[in-house]
Design a protein around this ligand. Structure first.
Ligand code: 13P
Length: 231
């Protein structure tokens, strides 16, 4: 199982270090990923099953791109896991599929682990499963789904940060359809919390969770990892 925490725009350098040290001090056997904000990246001596990743990057080694972070800055922190295609970047920041693809190809060339996020907005969900899958497959446009270090995260936009997770049936239906073409591990994200982690991890073809809000508390995140460990 893979249990991942996306800090989004939360935690500072000090609280991130406390969080990382706490999680790294535990002897979990699930795979754990933590995506802090850039400003809180640090050099950690992490267990082999725990990795620090980034929520974003600009697809250059270095250059003249004011305000962006390239790979030469990330190498200092031994970053080898990246989030790409998150709904907040697609929908809030207007990142296009073309830009996302550039990032994907760059991270692939760097041999990074890529957590590639897809998911439909509410108005598409309301049109039914065919519309949902058509929307999601479009988000794979140009993406090498056979990349060996790929993890796919299905995160319906309407379930993110709303406290309202997708139903088990909805999650199962989408993951099963993704599984037909995608061999990579499949995660679910969207209002995952301690109380629903077990039932979500029990869904067919669900290989883990990508958690925002509920993972920002280290005790809750730790509980979710323990639930995965005990399955
Ligand atoms: P929430 O867990 O806050 O719904 O966020 C999910 C998410 O976007 C993880 O990437």
């Amino acid at each position: 199982m893979i249990i991942a925490s996306n800090f989004k725009t939360n935690h500072n350098r000090q609280s991130t270090k406390e969080f990382m040290d706490f999680i790294n001090g535990k002897d979990y056997f699930s795979e754990v990923r933590i995506f802090p904000p850039y400003t809180a990246l640090n050099n950690y001596d992490l267990r082999p099953n725990i990795r620090q990743g980034v929520q974003n990057f600009y697809p250059v080694d270095s250059g003249s791109i004011t305000g962006e972070i390239g790979f030469s800055q990330l190498e200092e922190f031994e970053i080898d896991s990246v989030l790409i295609g998150h709904s907040e970047r697609r929908h809030v920041l207007g990142e296009s599929q073309k830009e996302i693809l550039k990032k994907f190809d760059f991270a692939k060339q760097k041999e990074c682990e890529i957590v590639y996020c897809v998911g439909e907005p509410k108005e598409v969900r309301e049109q039914g499963i065919e519309a949902v899958m058509s929307y999601i497959w479009d988000q794979f446009d140009g993406i090498d789904i056979d990349y060996e270090d790929l993890i796919v995260a299905y995160e319906p936009v309407w379930a993110i940060g709303t406290g309202l997770s997708a139903s088990q049936e909805d999650i199962k239906e989408v993951l099963n359809m993704l599984r037909v073409k995608i061999k990579a591990p499949l995660l679910y994200g969207g209002s995952v919390k301690v109380a629903n982690t077990k039932e979500i991890l029990g869904i067919e073809n669900c290989d883990g969770v990508l958690v925002g809000t509920a993972s920002w508390d280290k005790d809750d995140f730790s509980k979710m990892i323990e639930i995965a460990d005990n399955l």
